[in-house]
Design a protein. Structure first.
Length: 116
């Protein structure tokens, strides 16, 4: 296995995922991660040199509808069922950077990240 899965790594992934797990749960999840990585390694060991990368088991074509302009909800209708709105935008809880240190929507927009 190229990646060594440790309890600390599992806890780090859980923290990034905002999941609260115990040390015991981390050990169990570690075992699942190791099984998954072993399974992936078996696939990586397969010789696929003679396999056409565009070979599909089912013939398919574009199933999407034609893209055309059509009327949509006006802003007031779109915001009418929102738990919180300011008349222009939906107001949602801040999740980037935690509750006490994330960037504001204005700061993100100033950095080129768009409005919240």
């Amino acid at each position: 296995m190229a990646i060594e899965v440790t309890d600390d790594l599992v806890e780090h992934i859980a923290k990034l995922s905002r999941l609260a797990i115990s040390r015991e749960e981390a050990r169990g999840i570690r075992q699942h991660f190791e099984k998954i990585l072993t399974f992936i390694a078996e696939f990586q060991a397969l010789d696929t040199r003679d396999v056409d990368p565009s070979n599909f088991s089912v013939d398919s074509s574009n199933v999407y509808r034609e893209d055309s302009a059509r009327p949509s909800l006006d802003r007031a209708a779109a915001l009418s069922n929102a738990p919180q709105a300011d008349g222009t935008y939906f107001i949602v809880p801040r999740i980037v950077g935690g509750a006490a240190g994330g960037a504001s929507a204005a700061e993100v927009a100033d950095e080129g990240g768009g409005a919240a």
